[in-house]
Design a protein around this ligand. Structure first.
Ligand SMILES: Cc1cc2nc3c(=O)[nH]c(=O)nc-3n(C[C@H](O)[C@H](O)[C@H](O)COP(=O)(O)OP(=O)(O)OC[C@H]3O[C@@H](n4cnc5c(N)ncnc54)[C@H](O)[C@@H]3O)c2cc1C
Length: 395
């Protein structure tokens, strides 16, 4: 079979398309096979962290994204007893990033911006309704089986990037374990056009409320607020998705307001898992195909975009012959380690902090906010700049 001299990417989510954009920008031909009939419209990630925006600026897509999003320079923590307990300002790390803020914008806006940009490029091709189902590989190529119109076709490419999400067929075909666990509780996201600024004093666009029974957080996106709640294991999916349940949870947000206009609700099961390897010879895993975590701290898609930039930066050099293939092992070494050390650990800690039944987290936040050096360390960590610096140290 003839080998197509291209990189194949499975999955046109935010991570697969960022990988495609970086390769095409450097003159490398890319084919994307997307399982869906179109780009996803699902309401999922809505936070872009500062270093991710720096990377997107390198692809010329940060500005159009910022134009469609909402800039959040500050975020805060509250509890029911003390009100606001700490507030942090990304301006305090403005020397470490060109974008000292979180951008609140749906991930479906990013995929559309990148897709529009890539469409006219001669080195870019994409096929929808074309899930990659299986693969084999030898020393020169990866041969994939792709499903199209109910038939299976096989095609060979130089390299394969599996960016096909948490249920990755690429990961399964490679026989790579997805180690970790699933939380017994789920998350309910309730979106409302209600104006919380009018009723919560000193509110920031990102506001976490710690509570041992029912924590929540408020996150503003253009035209809506998203409010995320924990749903306990004993509360059924049917109950959690009933309009009354959402109204009951929303009634706990602002005392005295017990009826909201609800635009939509979504219920999620939450996992913490990391693939046993991010590389198998000529095939790679990035984004949710490689790791999943709870959404507290907004690190899933951001970490996936960091994978995409790390991997494609190395692949560009190997493709051009300026670095040996062994260079690609550094992607696995760096990204898998920081995923475990930072993304998984921090997202689990974020969940435990919000539901802790003591004042330890409040005291930690107040101590941190009162000390400029601790504030700086904290901001570098939550913005994920810390994890990128750690990856660089790994050589
Ligand atoms: C409620 C919620 C809120 C979140 N908030 C944030 C946040 O604020 N910040 C953040 O960083 N992360 C957040 N996340 C996580 C984030 O949504 C994911 O990490 C992100 O979507 C991962 O992107 P991806 O491109 O790797 O995978 P996906 O977005 O899942 O895209 C995978 C693509 O692959 C396609 N596909 C599937 N199988 C195949 C196949 N066999 N062949 C070809 N294509 C295939 C799919 O159709 C899809 O288009 C949140 C998640 C949830 C559930």
């Amino acid at each position: 079979m003839t080998i197509s001299d291209r990189v194949l990417i499975a999955g046109a989510g935010p991570v697969g398309l960022v990988a495609a954009a970086n390769l095409v920008r450097h003159g490398i031909p890319v084919t994307v096979f997307e399982g869906g009939a179109d780009l996803s419209t699902e309401s999922r990630a809505s936070t872009f962290h500062p270093p991710t925006l720096d990377m997107l600026a390198g692809l010329d897509v940060a500005q159009p994204l910022i134009a469609q999003g909402l800039i959040a320079p500050k975020f805060q923590y509250r509890n029911r007893h003390d009100g606001m307990i700490a507030q942090f300002d990304f301006g305090d790390i403005a020397d470490a990033t060109r974008h000292p803020f979180r951008l609140q914008c749906e991930q479906s806006k990013l995929t559309r911006i990148i897709y529009e940009k890539l469409r006219g490029e001669p080195n870019f091709e994409i096929a929808f309704s074309s899930p990659v189902r299986a693969l084999t590989q030898d020393s020169d190529s990866v041969t994939v089986t792709v499903e199209r119109d109910g038939r299976h076709e096989t095609q060979s490419y130089r390299w394969l990037i599996g960016a096909d999400g948490a249920r990755s067929d690429v990961r399964r075909s490679l026989g790579i374990e997805f180690e970790g666990f699933t939380w017994p509780d789920r998350y309910l996201v309730v979106s409302t056009p209600f104006d919380f600024y009018g009723v919560i004093p000193r509110l920031d666009p990102v506001s976490y409320l710690a509570d041992p029974v029912r924590w929540h957080f408020l996150l503003q996106i253009p035209k809506l607020w998203r409010v995320m709640f924990r749903v306990a294991a004993e509360e059924t999916d049917e109950l959690a998705l009933s309009p009354e349940f959402a109204q009951r949870l929303m009634a706990q947000v602002v005392p005295g307001i017990d009826r909201y206009e609800i635009a939509h609700t979504t219920l999620y099961r939450v996992h913490q898992r990391v693939a046993g390897s991010f590389r198998n010879r000529r095939a790679f895993l990035i984004g949710d195909a490689a790791h999943v975590n709870n959404p507290l701290g907004g690190m899933g898609m951001n970490g996936g975009i960091h994978d995409a930039i790390n991997l494609t930066g190395r692949l560009i050099e190997v493709w051009r012959g300026t670095k040996p293939e062994a260079e690609l092992d550094r992607f696995d070494l760096q990204r898998r380690l920081v995923t475990k050390e930072h993304v998984e650990r921090q997202s689990i800690q974020n969940k435990r902090n919000l539901e802790a039944d003591d004042n330890e987290f409040r005291d930690f936040l107040q101590r941190t906010a009162a000390d400029p050096a601790l504030t700086r360390d904290y901001l570098l960590r939550v913005s994920m700049i810390g994890s990128l610096r750690r990856a660089e140290q790994l050589g």
